[in-house]
Design a protein around this ligand. Structure first.
Ligand code: SIN
Length: 339
């Protein structure tokens, strides 16, 4: 039997229901099961060019995303990567923290042996013109797409479909609160486009593997990451540098036991003088502090993609604050596992 595409449901607006279809802005996210979503999209098996299966690992509004769901998602992806009966994975997810989850999977899974494509929607499932069914079909078509040798076109890195575009986890950001085309990859642009059937990769555009390990690392990360129900993952917060800043926030976090701080800096890595001294106090207490720019495009001039060896450094990181938070949390997990 031909291997299947596994659809993993986590909730979001794609599974949302409005009380009144004419008021699609007022709805409850995560109301429909992933099985119900699949049943509502015609021609999905054709887009998959083979069988599909669905598994629900969570049912949440992604604004409430937490380590428990990430652990379950990594577990499901790792099992699928090692299962010969699965040829690709599609994940349905809310748009609000999609980039955090995509980056988490990118970092943990490393170079993928099979496609992993996340998708979402900006309108609930019963809106007059929902975008979820098309986005899901696009994700399935992208996951199924093969080159002339029958090899998956999307290999190695986690990808995301929305509004007919395909983005890599490395650069994807939600850039609009309600537009249908809510995602962008800044100066990099999308990886390609998909129309429910064909995936067209942008000419000369290679998926960005930066930040992913050389080989497949899903099983190693699964062993390293604590079961959140038994032990919390390291606590990392984002503190924004802004006009009128007061130092009390960092001191409050330090007194509560925060283990890592991401400073969302102004412009090219600068920090309000009040936050600068608070960050120094944090470092002296052994708290890791990394910097990331709050600018919506580009990265700080001397920024790098860090690893656990960089925990003690005053480092400018080439990631958005949300993704930097994920990377710092993972670096702390690695450092604690090696201690
Ligand atoms: C969510 O992120 O779960 C709700 C918002 C959305 O999916 O657009």
């Amino acid at each position: 039997m031909q291997p299947k595409i596994l659809i993993i449901g986590t909730g979001g607006t794609i599974a949302g229901m409005a009380d009144d279809a004419e008021k699609p802005g007022q709805y409850r996210a995560a109301a429909l099961s992933v099985a119900a979503l699949l049943a509502g999209v015609s021609g999905l098996e054709k887009a998959a060019a083979g069988p599909l299966d669905a598994v629900q690992i969570a049912q949440i509004d992604s604004k409430d995303m937490h380590d428990g769901v990430w652990h379950a998602l990594l577990e499901a992806c790792d099992a699928a990567m090692r299962d010969e009966g699965v040829r690709a994975v599609v994940i349905t997810h809310g748009t609000d923290t999609l980039e955090d989850t995509a980056w988490f999977l990118h970092c943990c899974l490393g170079r993928l042996p099979k496609p992993v494509v996340l998708t979402c929607a900006m309108r609930p499932a019963n809106a007059l013109m929902p975008d979820g069914p098309q986005n899901l079909k696009d994700a399935v078509a992208a996951a199924a797409a093969c080159d002339a040798d029958g090899q998956p076109l999307l290999r190695e890195v986690v990808a995301v479909t929305g509004g007919g575009e395909l983005h890599s986890a490395r650069w994807l950001q939600k850039v609009h609160p309600h537009r249908l085309m809510a995602f962008a990859s800044g100066e990099q642009g999308p990886l390609g486009w998909v129309d429910g059937r064909r995936l067209r990769l942008r000419q000369g555009c290679a998926a960005d593997t930066q930040g992913a390990a050389d080989g497949y690392t899903g099983s190693q990360w699964l062993a390293a990451l604590p079961q959140p129900a038994q032990k919390a993952w390291p606590w990392v917060e984002i503190v924004s540098s802004h006009a009128g800043l007061r130092a009390g926030l960092v001191d409050a976090l330090l007194s509560q036991g925060v283990e890592g701080l991401v400073l969302a800096t102004t412009g090219n890595g600068t920090v309000h003088e009040v936050l600068l001294s608070a960050a120094e106090r944090a470092r002296q207490q052994g708290v890791a502090v990394w910097r990331s720019s709050r600018c919506s495009e580009g990265v700080i001039s001397d920024a790098v993609l860090p690893g656990p060896a960089d925990l003690a450094a005053d480092l400018a990181v080439a990631l958005t604050p949300c993704k930097c938070r994920v990377s710092l949390q993972l670096a702390l997990v690695q450092a604690q596992a090696q201690a």
